[in-house]
Design a protein around this ligand. Structure first.
Ligand SMILES: Nc1ncnc2c1ncn2[C@@H]1O[C@H](COP(=O)(O)OP(=O)(O)O)[C@@H](O)[C@H]1O
Ligand SMILES: [Mg+2]
Length: 373
C-alpha cells in the first residue's frame, strides 16, 4: 500500500477484462456498468443498499456503509480502478480509496460539488457567474444585506437533489420561516434568477487532458425534477454554445478532472446577447446526458468509462435531433405503449417500486428534422 495522502494513477490504458469499481448502485451506475461491459470490463458495485439497480447488470456487489473503511479497502483490493455515480460519496471514503487504487474523477471534485457554498465559491473564484448567494450561518438576526437576495431560494448546502431541501422565499418573513423549518442543516440563500431557460454542458476529459463536449440540451424541470432534455441545432446560438464550452473546460481543468462532468446553466436573455450563469455542477454522468445513448457516436457512459480507464475518448458527434423524457413514478406504467412505439427508445432501470418522484426509466425519441419525411 502507498503512503497516506498519496494517490495512484493509471500509467497505461486499462485492458479489457480488468475490473472497475463503482461507488453507488443507482441507474447511473447501472448505465455505466452496461457501457463498461460493452468494452469487456467487469464491474463491482459498492452500495449502502441491498439489491441496487446497478447490481443487476454487474458481476459483483458489496453492500456496505461509506464509512466502513475495512469493507471499502476490500472492495478496492478487488478492482483495478474506482469511480462513482453519485456525488454524496463521503470525501473521506474517496480519499481512503485513492490510497489503494486510482480514483476518478478526483476526490476534490466531490468535495467541491457536495457543498453548495464551496461549489459557488469555487466557480465564482474562476470568474464564472453564479446566482448571487450568501451563506446562512444560523446566527440571528440575518444581516440587512440579505434583503438584496430576495426573492430567492433557500437551499440546504448538502445532500439536496431533485429539488429536495429547497424553499422559495419572497420576503424576510418567508426567509426566517424557511430557516426555522430547515434548521439543523447548514443553508445557503441564492437569488432567484429570472432565466429564459436552462441548459447543461457535458464535458468528457481524458486522463491526458483531452476534452470532448456534447451538444447542449435544453432542460425542463417539473417539481424540481428533470422532466425533459431536448437537443437540436436551435437550442443555443453558436456563441452561447462556445461560452458554455469555455465554462465547462475551465471547471474541468481547474479540478484536474478525469471523466464526464456536467455543468447546469441558466440562460438569461436580458440583453441582446444571452448570457450564462452556472447553477451547479455534477462530478459524474448526468440525467441531462441520457439522450447521448441514442444520438451520439459515443454516449456519456462509455466516454466516462474510457476516460477513467485511460482510453482515448470516443467522438461525441450527434447524429440526430433528439428528446429525452424521464419516466418518473407512475409514468413507467406506460411502458407497453412506449414499447410499441417504433420511434421511442425505452430505457428502464429495473426498480421494482414506482414511488412518487422516483426515476424509473427514460425514453429517447428522435425529432424528425424539418424537410425530412
Ligand atoms: N437560484 C435559482 N434561481 C432560479 N431557479 C433556480 C435557482 N436554483 C435552482 N433553481 C431551479 O430549481 C432546479 C433545481 O435546483 P438545483 O440547485 O439544480 O438543485 P438539485 O440539486 O435539486 O438539482 C433548477 O434546475 C432550477 O430550475
Ligand atoms: Mg440541479
Amino acid at each position: 500500500m502507498s503512503e497516506p495522502g498519496t494517490t495512484i494513477e493509471l500509467e497505461r490504458p486499462l485492458p479489457p477484462g480488468s475490473r472497475i469499481g463503482i461507488l453507488g448502485g443507482g441507474q447511473l451506475g447501472r448505465m455505466l456498468a452496461m457501457a463498461a461491459a460493452r468494452l469487456g470490463f467487469h464491474c463491482h458495485i459498492y452500495s449502502d443498499i441491498a439489491a441496487p439497480p446497478a447490481a443487476q447488470v454487474s458481476e459483483r456487489l458489496t453492500v456496505g456503509g461509506y464509512d466502513d473503511l475495512e469493507a471499502l479497502a476490500a472492495f478496492a483490493d478487488n478492482v483495478d480502478v474506482i469511480t462513482y455515480e453519485f456525488e454524496n460519496v463521503p470525501v473521506t471514503a474517496a480519499a481512503h480509496l485513492s490510497a489503494h487504487r486510482p480514483v476518478s474523477p478526483p476526490p476534490r471534485a466531490l468535495a467541491v460539488a457536495q457543498d453548495r457554498l464551496t461549489e459557488k465559491d469555487f466557480i465564482s473564484g474562476l470568474s464564472i457567474a453564479v446566482a448571487p448567494y450568501s451563506n446562512i450561518d444560523g446566527t440571528e438576526p440575518l444581516p440587512a444585506s440579505i434583503d438584496d437576495l430576495l426573492p430567492g431560494i433557500i437551499k440546504t448546502r448538502r445532500l439536496g437533489y431533485d429539488g429536495k431541501g429547497q424553499i422559495p422565499v419572497m420576503t424576510r418573513g418567508d426567509l426566517e420561516a424557511a430557516c426555522r423549518s430547515l434548521s439543523g442543516s447548514p443553508l445557503i440563500l441564492e437569488q432567484k434568477i429570472d432565466f429564459a431557460f436552462e441548459v447543461s454542458i457535458l464535458v468528457a476529459r481524458g486522463a491526458d487532458g483531452t476534452l470532448a463536449f456534447y451538444d447542449i440540451p435544453r432542460n425542463e424541470h417539473r417539481g424540481g425534477i428533470l422532466r425533459r432534455s431536448t437537443v437540436t441545432d436551435e437550442i443555443v446560438t453558436p456563441d452561447v454554445a462556445a461560452q458554455a464550452r469555455v465554462i465547462g473546460q475551465r471547471i474541468a481543468e481547474a479540478l484536474d478532472y478525469v471523466g464526464v462532468l456536467a455543468v447546469e446553466l441558466f440562460v438569461e436573455a436580458e440583453g441582446k446577447i444571452p448570457s450564462l450563469r452556472v447553477n451547479e455542477i455534477a462530478p459524474r454522468v448526468h440525467n441531462s446526458g441520457h439522450w447521448t445513448m441514442d444520438a451520439c457516436a459515443t454516449d456519456q457512459f462509455e466516454n466516462h468509462i474510457r476516460a477513467i480507464c485511460r482510453w482515448p475518448l470516443g467522438p461525441t458527434t450527434r447524429r440526430q435531433d433528439i428528446e429525452m423524457v424521464n419516466l418518473i413514478g407512475d409514468d413507467v406504467s406506460r411502458w407497453p405503449e412506449i414499447a410499441s412505439d417504433g420511434e421511442a427508445k425505452l430505457h428502464l432501470y429495473g426498480k421494482d417500486e414506482a414511488r412518487e418522484g422516483r426515476k424509473m426509466g427514460h425514453v429517447n425519441r428522435v425529432i424528425p428534422r424539418a424537410g425530412s419525411a
